[in-house]
Design a protein around this ligand. Structure first.
Ligand SMILES: C[S@@+](CC[C@H](N)C(=O)[O-])C[C@H]1O[C@@H](n2cnc3c(N)ncnc32)[C@H](O)[C@@H]1O
Length: 255
């Protein structure tokens, strides 16, 4: 196992060279990614690998291998099908996409609401400045849109030589901001909060801080949507009840 001193050096180098702060990620997650890359480079010594990260393009490969920014439009289509059903009955809805990465999740939410004639405003936040710049740019590759039904693609995207651009009517529904959700939540209350594929990377304390920040701004009878591989313990003590175990959707009910 990597010693404390080397781990701190690793953390500082990844922050300085790749702009990623690993301090709230679980150590076992980082250690697994580290060992995978060390094996690929045929390196056995942690310090030798850290020196490589310090001075070569291995840092880019390591950052990509953390895979923490992976996302796509309509990721887990069954979750969005359930979301579409839950939207019925609302006519004005406020939604927070907590770790929105490059924006595919909040724009998927916007498209579904728009396509069902529901007024909706979405706050998209992420800890990464680059991710938020991508959201604001709104340009996506064919890989990102591969799950988007053809009619939806034609209706809500403009095709260019460089990829697919989200149309203004969808873009206008989404406000984006840089925010570390382990530290704070936005003001106001939300009908739906999407917090998908973030908690799995977190250490226990960061995960608890995120859940508490989120629950504080979820409306009574509001819905929390987690990632498919994510779990929260003691959700009843947070006044949450699970309404869909497969799609990982919870409702906040204070009674
Ligand atoms: C795997 S992506 C998930 C994207 C999207 N929610 C989805 O499920 O498709 C995880 C995102 O969480 C962001 N993230 C990690 N730690 C965060 C934090 N403390 N506050 C806000 N966002 C964070 C990462 O920058 C990354 O963009």
């Amino acid at each position: 196992m990597i010693d404390e001193y080397s781990y701190e050096r690793l953390r500082d180098i990844i922050k300085a060279r790749a702009g990623i702060d690993i301090s709230c990620y679980s150590k076992s997650f980082i250690a697994r990614r580290l060992e995978f890359r060390m094996n690929s480079c045929n390196i056995k010594d942690y310090n030798e690998y850290i020196r490589l990260l310090e001075r070569s393009d291995e840092i880019k490969i390591f950052a990509t291998n953390l895979s923490i920014n992976v996302t796509e439009f309509f990721r887990d289509p069954d979750v969005f099908a359930r979301f579409r059903d839950l939207l019925k009955g609302y006519n004005n809805v406020r939604i927070w996409s907590v770790g929105c990465a490059s924006g595919e999740e909040p724009y998927t939410i916007a498209i579904i609401a728009k396509d069902n004639g529901i007024r909706c405003s979405i706050l998209a936040s992420d800890i990464s400045k680059d991710a938020i710049a991508h959201v604001r740019n709104g340009l996506y590759s064919s890989r990102s849109v591969r799950n988007v039904p053809k009619d939806i693609l034609e209706k809500y995207f403009t095709t260019t030589g460089n990829g697919y651009i989200v149309k203004k009517e969808i873009k206008d529904m989404v406000t984006s901001e840089v925010r570390d959700v382990t530290r704070s939540a936005p003001t106001g209350y939300f009908d739906f909060i999407f917090c998908r594929n973030i908690l799995i990377y977190m250490d226990h304390a960061s995960k608890n801080r995120i859940i508490s920040n989120i629950c504080n701004v979820l409306k009574q009878n509001g819905y929390l949507v987690l990632g498919k591989s994510e779990y929260i313990n003691d959700y009843a003590t947070l006044s949450l009840s699970c309404i869909d175990t497969r799609a990982k959707i919870y409702i906040k009910n204070l009674n």
